[in-house]
Design a binder for this molecule. Structure first.
Ligand code: AMP
Ligand code: MG
Length: 296
């Protein structure tokens, strides 16, 4: 039964990720669902805001600001963070978009992009091998033969990916690649204000995406972060946003943030890839696909 096989595979992914990150010295935090400020995500303009106790609360779109705050307390943190993103209904057709999903979101104080890319490769291979070892029956039931990967994964600069495939390179790059592939150095306009601008290459960011092979598309996004208040405020203004809307975050930056790097990997997309599933809705017993009816 597919549902049962996928649920067991999911449990191995969560267990494998926790096991790997504990071995790397990470501490797991509980997630935040309601917050006074959340990820601006200009590509997903609609948002859910609720009023309670005389103030407004955003449903979490990502825990980026909370991660930066958390590495003030602990050097290596992760959380399985529920994200609500009101994706356009057309995105139901991509097979990759839910409007409620879970990110394994992690952050490391004083880390570089190189260090978190290395960590990401080892995490993904660890989970792949654990699933291969413990889910043989489930993989058979799903008709999935898992690939074998040896890091480091190849890298392509954002500008080279665009030159080859155009701005919407994700699908073509994913189709053509036999292994996961890193896309690095996005231009400043393509991302949110919190990714760190490269001091040696103004206009480009010290960030990255990882794209799955076999057409499964983006796996994770991350990078180094801006952490100095004046720079954050400048970046907010440059994107036409109002710094007042980010007051709690800017207040924290005023007190002092550490340099850090991290990434967020979509858990349902990970399961979709490992299970060889054609649509992400199969990864959840209670999927939230934009525009589709729900049973429960
Ligand atoms: P982002 O930082 O916006 O790239 O989100 C981090 C990761 O979450 C992405 O790399 C995806 O794996 C996953 N993700 C983002 N949006 C969605 C969505 N609408 N449905 C499922 N997974 C998503
Ligand atoms: Mg992304």
């Amino acid at each position: 039964m597919r549902e049962r096989a996928i649920a067991r595979l999911t449990s191995e992914v969560l267990g494998g990720a926790r096991e790997f990150l504990a071995g790397e010295g990470f501490v797991e935090l509980l997630p935040v669902v309601l917050a006074p400020v959340t990820d601006p995500l200009r590509t997903v303009p609609d948002r859910i805001v609720v009023s309670a106790y005389g103030q407004e609360w955003h449903l979490t779109r990502s825990m980026i600001f909370h991660k930066q705050a958390a590495v003030r307390v602990l050097p290596k943190i992760f959380t399985f963070s529920p994200n609500i993103r009101l994706e356009a209904a057309e995105r139901a057709q991509t097979g990759r978009h839910l409007f409620e999903f879970i990110q394994l979101d992690l952050e490391v104080r004083h880390a570089t992009r190189e260090e978190v890319m290395d960590l990401g490769e080892r995490l993904i291979v660890h989970v792949l091998e654990r699933v291969r070892e413990r889910c043989a029956a489930e993989l058979r039931a799903l008709g999935r033969r898992l690939p074998r990967w040896a890091p480091p994964f190849p890298r392509v600069a954002w500008s080279a990916a665009v030159a080859r495939y155009g701005e919407e390179f994700e699908a073509a790059l994913s189709q053509e690649s036999g292994t996961p592939v890193w896309v690095v150095d996005f231009p400043i306009h393509a991302r949110e204000f919190y990714d760190r601008e490269d001091p040696h290459r103004p206009g480009f960011l010290v960030d990255m995406d990882l794209v799955y092979p076999e057409g499964y598309g983006e796996a994770l996004s991350g990078g180094e972060r801006e952490y100095l208040r004046p720079r954050i405020e400048k970046r907010i203004r440059a994107q036409g946003l109002d710094p007042a809307a980010f007051a709690p975050y800017l207040a924290l930056a005023e007190e002092g943030l550490y340099p850090s790097a991290g990434f967020g990997i979509g858990v349902e997309r990970w399961i979709r890839f490992l299970g060889g599933l054609s649509h992400i809705q199969e990864t959840r017993l209670f999927p939230r696909v934009p525009g589709w009816p729900v049973r429960l």
